[in-house]
Design a protein around this ligand. Structure first.
Ligand SMILES: Cc1ncc(COP(=O)(O)O)c(C=O)c1O
Length: 405
C-alpha cells in the first residue's frame, strides 16, 4: 500500500469553483483519478475514499468488470430512449427482478427519481387497486428521513436545511417517528397507500432501528393493505453485508427503490422493483424518462446485478464490516460517544468537545482519508467494498490521530 503524504488541515485551501452552484460544501480535495478504494488529487496526493460516493462506489472506483461492460456497450448503442427497445433492457430488468425476488422493474436514473416514481406507483395503486377516493391517498414516512431533494421529497422531510425556502409543499404525507411502530399503527387509516422507509437511515447518521421495528412495519402494512416501500438506495446492494438491509430482519418489502451502487460508480442508474400487481398499474404515457433504462445504464446495471448474484460482495462487506466496527468501538468513551451501523457502513458520533464533524473530516482529509460529516458531530463511513483489512486498520489509525489532534 502506498501511503499518502500527510499535511496540516489548516493549509488545505477551499475549492475555488466560481461557476459551480453552491449547493454543497465539499472538502478541499480535487480528484484527478481514482482506482479501487483510492482517489488521487490534482497534486498527486492519495486518499483512502472512506465515503464511497455515499454507497455509489460499492464495487470500487473504476471496477474493471463494470468499466469493461460500459466500454463494450459504448461501442454498440448507448441511447435509444424508451420510444424503441434495446437488447440490453429486458435482460437487465429480468436479472434485477430476480435478485429482488420480484416480477417487474421500472428503470430510472437518480435515487430521487426512483423515490418519486415509487410514490406515483403507490398513489396509482391506491386508487386503482385499493380503492382510495380520488385525490385522497396518503403516504406515511419516518422522521429524520432522507430520500432525495425534489420538491415532493423535501415536502415530507423534517430537515429545515433541505426544506426551508422551497414551499409550497406537496400534500399527502404523514410523518411518524422512525423506530416507533405504535406511532405508525396509529397513523394508518383508510387513505394510507404506502409506508416509505429507509431500513437503516443513512443521511440521519446510519440509524439502525430496534430489531422488532421492520418486522412490525411489515406486519402493519400487510394487515392494512398498505404497500411497504423500502428505500434501499444507500443501504442496498451489498453495503450492509446482505443484498438488502431489510434481510437483517427477515423482511421483504412490496417495493424496493434502488440507485447509487446500481450504476457501478460509473453513471446514474436507479430502479423501482415490485411485483406485477403493483408496478403493473402504470400504463403508457403515465410515467417516463428519456434516459431511464438506456442501453449503457442497462449494461452497467446488469453487470452489477451479476456481480451481486454470487453473494461474495455481500460476504466481504459483512466480514470487513465486523472488523471496522470492532476497531471503531475501541474509541467509545475515548472521544467517540457512539458507533452504529451494519456491514461496511458506520455512523460515528464524535464528542462535540473535540470539534465538529466537519472539522474532524478536514483532519482526516489532511491525513489521507476522505469521509463526510452529517448532523453536526456524526461522521459517516461507507468505504468501497474492495477496501482491505489492512486499509481499514490504516484508516482507524488516521482516525485516532484526527481525534487526538
Ligand atoms: C436513502 C436515499 N434515498 C434517496 C437518495 C437520493 O438519491 P440521489 O442523490 O441519487 O437522488 C439518497 C441519497 O443519498 C438516499 O440516501
Amino acid at each position: 500500500m502506498r501511503l499518502p503524504a500527510t499535511s496540516d488541515e489548516n493549509t488545505m485551501h477551499t475549492l475555488v469553483e466560481p461557476h459551480v452552484a453552491h449547493n454543497y460544501s465539499p472538502l478541499p480535495v480535487t480528484a484527478a483519478t481514482a482506482e479501487g478504494a483510492w482517489i488521487t488529487d490534482v497534486d498527486g496526493r492519495r486518499y483512502l475514499d472512506a465515503l464511497g460516493g455515499y454507497s455509489a462506489v460499492n464495487f470500487g472506483h473504476r471496477n474493471p468488470e463494470i468499466v469493461a461492460a460500459a466500454k463494450a456497450q459504448l461501442d454498440r448503442v448507448t441511447l435509444t430512449s424508451r420510444a424503441f427497445g434495446s437488447d440490453a433492457l429486458e435482460p437487465f430488468c429480468a436479472a434485477l427482478a430476480e435478485l429482488c425476488g420480484k416480477e417487474m422493474v421500472l428503470p430510472m436514473n437518480t435515487g430521487a427519481e426512483a423515490v418519486e416514481s415509487a410514490l406515483k406507483v403507490a398513489r396509482k395503486w391506491g386508487y386503482d387497486v385499493k380503492g382510495v377516493a380520488p385525490g385522497h391517498a396518503t403516504v406515511i414516512v419516518a422522521g429524520g428521513n432522507f430520500h432525495g431533494r425534489t420538491i415532493s421529497i423535501v415536502s415530507f422531510s423534517d430537515d429545515e436545511d433541505a426544506r426551508g425556502g422551497f414551499g409550497p409543499f406537496t400534500p399527502g404525507f404523514t410523518r411518524v417517528p422512525f423506530g416507533d411502530a405504535a406511532a405508525l399503527a396509529d397513523a394508518i387509516d383508510d387513505t394510507t397507500v404506502a409506508v416509505l422507509i429507509e431500513p437503516i437511515q443513512g443521511e440521519a447518521g446510519i440509524i439502525v432501528p430496534p430489531d422488532d421495528y421492520l418486522p412490525e412495519v411489515r406486519r402493519l402494512c400487510t394487515e392494512n393493505n398498505v404497500l411497504m416501500i423500502a428505500d434501499e438506495i444507500q443501504s442496498g446492494l451489498g453495503r450492509t453485508g446482505t443484498t438488502f438491509a431489510c434481510e437483517h430482519w427477515g423482511v421483504v418489502p412490496d417495493v424496493y427503490t434502488l440507485g447509487k451502487a446500481l450504476g457501478g460508480g460509473v453513471l446514474p442508474v436507479s430502479a423501482v422493483v415490485a411485483d406485477r400487481d403493483v408496478l403493473g398499474v402504470f400504463h403508457p404515457g403515465q410515467h417516463g424518462s428519456t434516459f431511464g433504462g438506456n442501453p449503457l445504464a442497462a449494461a452497467v446495471g446488469h453487470t452489477v446485478v451479476r456481480m451481486l448474484a454470487e453473494g461474495t460482495w455481500q460476504a466481504r462487506a459483512a466480514e470487513l464490516g465486523e472488523h471496522l466496527h470492532a476497531r471503531l468501538r475501541e474509541f467509545v468513551g475515548h472521544g467517540v460517544i457512539a458507533v452504529r451501523g451494519k456491514g461496511l457502513w458506520a455512523g460515528i458520533d464524535i464528542d462535540p468537545e473535540l470539534g465538529t464533524g466537519k472539522e474532524l473530516c478536514l483532519r482526516l482529509a489532511a491525513r489521507g482519508v476522505l469521509a463526510k460529516d452529517t448532523h453536526g458531530s456524526t461522521i459517516r463511513l461507507a468505504p468501497p467494498i474492495v477496501v482491505t483489512h489492512d486499509e481499514i486498520d490504516w484508516l482507524v489509525e488516521r482516525f485516532a490521530e484526527a481525534l487526538s489532534s
